[in-house]
Structures are given as C-alpha cells and as structure tokens.
Design a protein around this ligand. Structure first.
Ligand code: FCB
Length: 472
C-alpha cells in the first residue's frame, strides 16, 4: 500500500474515521523524562539495566532521554499545535513512590500535577498509564514476587487519589506480555532475567496487579475510564507442517491469549498440546485471582505493531533489540515476511493485520470485549533529511495512513471486524526517544529530537497529522 500517498489526501483519511473517534499520541515516562535523579525519584529496574555494560545497543542510557522532565511545557505546546484530542503518557512509579512502598513523594506528585494542568489548559484529555516498565528496584524479585502485585495496587491508590479528578482514562499496565517475554524470559529488557518458560509467574503477577489496580481505581472513585494496554500480534505458522502449527499456537498462547483471556473472560485459555508440562503453572491458579483479574473494564487498550510468523527450529534474522538472538535456544523462531516492507526495526509493515487483530478480538471475546482504543501504533525509520534540513518522513505518513484506514474500515458494517466498537488511535510516539534495548537507534517520533541539543523539530508526519486532525 506504499503508493497510497496519504500525504496528499489528509481530508480523505479524516473522512474515514468513525464519528467521535479519539486521536492521540503516546509516550512513556522512562523513555522521555530524564531527570532520573531529581525530585526525590527512586531507582527503577530500567535505571540499573541501562547502566549495565552491553545491555543497550548504542551503549546509551535514559538519564537525560528527551529531558521532558524539564521541557514538558514545550512538549504540551507541541501537542496543542498538533491538535490531538488525547495524550497518553505514563506515571513513573519510582517518581511517585520511590521505594515502591510507603507514602507518595510530594515532588513527584507535583511534577504530574503540573503536567496534567498544562494538558487540561491546552484542551487535551490525559490518558495516564500507571506502569510502563519502570519497576522500583527495591521491590525484591520484581514481578516474580507476588507481593509486587499488592505494592502496585497501593501505588495505584496513591496516584488515583492525587490525579483521579483530572485523568480522563487510566491504563493499569502497559504490555505485560513484553515485560514477561523480553524482561523475564529472554533478558533483553530489564530486569534481564533469562528464565524462558519459568518466567510465566511474572505474567500472572502482573495480571493480578492489574486486577487489584482496577479495584483501587474504583475504590478511589476516579472519574475517568479504566483499561489495560495489551500488545497483540496475530500469529501464523510459517509452513503447513504440524510442528510450525504447534509452535505458532504456543507463541499465540504466551504472547496474546494469556494476557487477554483472563482480563476479558476471567479464565486462562486452554493450554495447547503438547505443551501441558511446560505451561503447567496455569493449571494451579487460585480462582479468586481470576475473579480479581477479570474485573470489568471501560475500554480495552490495544497496542498493534506487526504480525508474527512462527517456524519450528532455529533461524530468524538479528534484531536491534536482541530478541531474535535471545530466542536462539528455543525450538522455534520468528520467521521472515518477505512480502511486506519493513520498518527501521525490521518489523513487517502489515496494516491489514491490524484488521485481523481486531477480527480476532471480536471472534475470541465477543460481547465480553469492551470498546477498543488503539493505545499504540507507529514505526521507526531512519531520518530522511531534505536539502533544506527538514525531516521528510513519508514512510511514517504512509504507515500511519494505511493503519488508520485499515482500522477504520475493519470495523465498518461488512468489515472484517464488524461489531468492534473502536474508539481511538494513539500514535507511538510524539517524540523520538529512548527505545529500550535499541537505545536511541530507533526513531519513532512525529517530532525529531536532536539528542545533543534537545531541539525538537516537527517532521513532515507531524504536519500531515495536523492536517488530518484539522479536516475532521
Ligand atoms: C511498545 C512499547 C513502547 C515502545 C514501542 C515501540 O512495545 O510499549 O514503549 O517501545 O513498543
């Protein structure tokens, strides 16, 4: 779809969006804030991890990142100029509760007070994520320890009391699948554990933390809606053989189903054959936990980037965040999709699979699926600098145009995902930022950041999205 030329047709795209559709952009605290030692902030697992040698592709850290902690007024001004309805950001747990327990840290709360007030003054609805991966390091064992779920609920209550009158939408946890798989199974993200299938208790504890946090938000009487942000990647076997099919089902189980089923249906999915022993942890779950995890939500946050093709045996090409390399000891790998273009990360650019993802959500969860908000979608591309010094990121414009069009048409009458109530799309991301294990090597921003000077320059995609938003 790369010849679609959405850049010349912003109004046409705007006309495709459902009435009342929310358009926003998304960021996370650790990736943009910097100021890691200011305002009484505690240390997180990511602070420790990104200072360990060899963990981050370019050897960088997020100590300064985009310096949003100091430059947030400029960033809110960019949001206002862009014209978005909603801004999704995350609260840093160690900024609000430095050791992961105990009372709120006033300076941390004050920072988000200022940010929220600035957003509201700009007419932008705040969507706050409570946990986007920065676990306070003092919580021993992190998510392997069940106690962390209870600490998370206490922290949530503090945040709800402080900000519950102003946040429009709450997200408990961002991508528990990524935390489990990248952080605890493969060790490419903090805390760097390489437990493979023994990492699965970290999934259950995050889900329990999610359920307890939903309860804490409701108890605190927050005025905003409550949801989670799960990353989904539709999975297909690479070939027709039985082995590819079995490993594809296993990957779908550990990446998608165990995070969505308990949240939406109050139960774990049936374990795929022949992996019963490997996944035995799911046969011993306390039914009370499942009741907590399945608490009703106001919306379901979907992060969609790309589909996954799974093949038996070793293989797969190296990825900037080390995922493929870290999967080397597993009996399957993530196969190529040669028919699709690839983003800077090497991810297949496959907008039609966003429709497939929405269709799968509808098929799997039916009426148990609340309204869906796409909480992240976007792509990294190397800078495309024009002769006049501007950033002409046409590839990002096509990516966003194609994905928005695919999502909007999927949910129309007669579309592949008819029946899904799709409420919005948040572009990842406002700014180029610290992309976890890939450091500053992957630029996802609508706004270019010069990391030496912290100068922000809107790219062509920013100007284009501005026109789409104006044309509504
Ligand atoms: C998602 C993360 C987000 C960002 C994008 C590119 O998995 O939630 O923080 O890194 O990928």
């Amino acid at each position: 779809m790369t010849d679609n030329q959405w850049r010349h047709r912003p109004a046409e795209l705007a006309a495709l969006l459902p009435a009342g559709f929310t358009m926003g952009v998304s960021t996370s605290a650790f990736q943009i804030e910097g100021g890691t030692q200011e305002g009484g902030r505690g240390v997180s697992t990511w602070d420790a991890f990104n200072h360990q040698k060899g963990r981050i592709l370019d050897g960088s850290t997020a100590d300064v990142a985009t310096d949003h902690y100091h430059r947030y007024p400029e960033d809110v001004a960019l949001l206002r100029d862009l014209g978005v309805d909603s801004y999704r950001f995350s609260l840093s747990w160690p900024r609000i509760q430095p050791a992961g327990r105990g009372p709120a840290n006033r300076a941390g709360v004050a920072f988000y007070d200022r940010l929220l007030d600035e957003l509201l003054a700009a007419g932008i609805r705040p969507m706050a994520t409570l946990y986007h991966w920065d676990t306070p390091i003092e919580l021993a064992g992190g998510w392997l320890n069940r106690d962390t779920a209870y600490r998370f609920a206490e922290y949530t209550f503090l945040a709800a009391e402080a900000f519950g009158d102003r946040v429009d939408s709450w997200i408990t946890i961002n991508e528990p699948a990524s935390v489990t798989l990248s952080g605890y199974a493969l060790g490419v993200h903090a805390p760097g554990e390489t437990l493979l299938f023994d990492a699965l208790p970290a999934a259950h504890h995050q889900l329990l933390g999610h359920g307890l946090a939903v309860g804490a938000l409701r108890d605190a009487g927050v005025t905003g809606g409550v949801g989670i942000a799960n990353v989904h990647s539709p999975v297909e076997p690479a070939g027709d053989g039985e082995e590819d099919a079995a490993y594809a089902a296993l990957f779908d189980f550990v990446h998608n189903r165990i995070f969505a089923d308990p949240v939406l249906l109050g139960r774990y999915p049936e374990v795929p054959e022949p992996f019963e022993e490997l996944l035995s942890v799911f046969s011993e779950i306390d039914p009370d936990d499942l009741r907590t995890i399945g608490a009703p939500l106001d919306f379901y946050g979907l992060n969609y980037y790309f589909p996954t093709r799974v093949a038996a045996g070793a293989g797969g090409s190296a990825s900037p965040d080390g995922t493929a390399q870290a999967m080397g000891s597993l009996p399957f790998h993530l196969a190529e999709w040669p028919e699709f273009a690839r983003s800077g990360f090497g991810w297949p650019v496959a907008p039609e699979y966003l429709g497939v993802t929405l269709r799968e959500l509808r098929e799997r969860y039916g009426d148990a699926l609340p309204p869906v908000v796409i909480t992240e979608g976007g792509a990294s591309y190397p800078d495309a600098v024009s002769t006049d010094g501007s950033f002409d990121d046409r590839a990002r414009i096509e990516y966003l145009g194609d994905h928005l069009a695919a999502a909007a048409s999927a949910v129309l009458a007669g579309g592949v995902a008819e029946g899904v109530e799709l409420r919005g799309y948040h572009v990842w991301s406002l700014l180029d930022n610290f992309e976890w294990a890939a450091g500053y090597s992957q630029r996802f921003g609508l706004v270019h950041v010069d990391f030496a000077t912290q100068d922000r320059t809107p790219k062509a995609s920013f100007r284009w999205l501005q026109r789409v938003l104006e044309s509504r």
